[in-house]
Ligand binder design. Structure first.
Ligand SMILES: NC(=O)C1=CN([C@@H]2O[C@H](COP(=O)(O)OP(=O)(O)OC[C@H]3O[C@@H](n4cnc5c(N)ncnc54)[C@H](O)[C@@H]3O)[C@@H](O)[C@H]2O)C=CC1
Ligand SMILES: O=C(O)[C@@H]1CCC=N1
Length: 245
């Protein structure tokens, strides 16, 4: 499979590396200075129309404000297009191309382990979209409203989740644990928790940990009293509702 990737920034570079891990041939078209970064990472960089020739799929990973210019330059190209841009709706993309999709992944595509929301089925090239994006994680076909609602947890997710990880590490360091050990302990604990969440719902998991009268319930009630978890749900939920309006 061959892919043309437009944009080699924070997300684009992760997409390119993830696709390469999976054996997909990637050609890049991007602006300076990221063209040099792509070459340094071993990708071939060419002008946009040349990039779009003879490939199975085009991935547009440019800032939302640059999408209209890129889509105009791709006008008339028959290859299906997937846009990763937040905020640029499918209706807007369809003004420029027939076979076009919105995709919402996260930078964890770099390790081939991202949820990938795709809107919407029936865009004229579903199987090639599934085949390429399926190399980067797990594909979920959804309507656009769901893609937007999920953006704060999927697209922004790694940054948000990493802040919890960081807080756990700081807590250990504050208690006198060496930072390298603290990082390892927090990471292993989170990996184990994710595996348990495949078996148990969060309420059940919490009840397995909370010893009556013990320290877990004491700490969690304190965090709840301070509104920590409610605040996360409120802010991410409000953003999802705003985006999916
Ligand atoms: N960074 C992330 O974790 C995620 C980003 N997104 C979306 O992906 C898109 C890219 O985001 P980032 O990589 O963070 O942005 P970025 O600013 O790091 O990278 C943008 C890239 O697009 C290139 N570019 C800009 N205008 C161009 C043009 N006219 N022609 C060709 N290339 C052009 C830039 O040179 C750069 O390589 C955005 O629309 C964003 O909403 C979606 C999900 C996650
Ligand atoms: O922060 C942003 O706007 C983009 C979309 C999701 C992740 N990064």
């Amino acid at each position: 499979m061959k892919v043309c990737l437009i944009g080699y920034g924070k997300l684009g570079s992760s997409i390119a590396k993830g696709l390469r891990n999976a054996g997909v041939e990637v050609t890049v078209s991007t602006l300076p200075p990221t063209d040099e970064w792509a070459r340094e990472d071993g990708f071939s960089v060419v002008p946009m129309r040349a990039c779009a020739e003879g490939v199975d799929l085009i991935i547009v990973a440019v800032p939302p404000s640059a999408v209209p210019a890129v889509m105009k330059e791709l006008r008339g190209v028959e290859v299906p297009i997937t846009s990763t841009a937040a905020l640029v709706k499918l209706g807007e993309l369809k003004k420029y191309a027939d076979k076009v999709y919105r995709v919402m992944p996260s930078v964890t595509v770099e390790v081939n382990s991202s949820p990938v929301l795709v809107a919407e089925r029936g865009g004229g090239a579903d199987s090639v979209v599934e085949a390429v994006w399926g190399k980067l994680g797990k594909v979920y076909w959804v309507n656009e409203r769901v893609l937007d609602a999920a953006l704060p947890v999927v697209g922004s997710g790694p940054a948000v989740h990493a802040e919890y990880f960081r807080s756990a590490v700081e807590a250990l360091v504050a208690s006198g644990v060496e930072r390298s050990l603290a990082e390892e302990l927090a990471r292993e604990s989170i990996i184990g928790t994710i595996k348990m969440l495949e078996k148990y719902d969060p309420y059940k998991l919490r009840s397995k940990v909370e010893t009556p009268g013990g320290i877990t319930v004491e700490m969690l009630l304190k965090l709840e009293e301070e509104g920590v978890f409610g605040k996360i749900a409120k802010v991410l939920g409000e953003k999802g509702r705003e985006l999916s309006r």
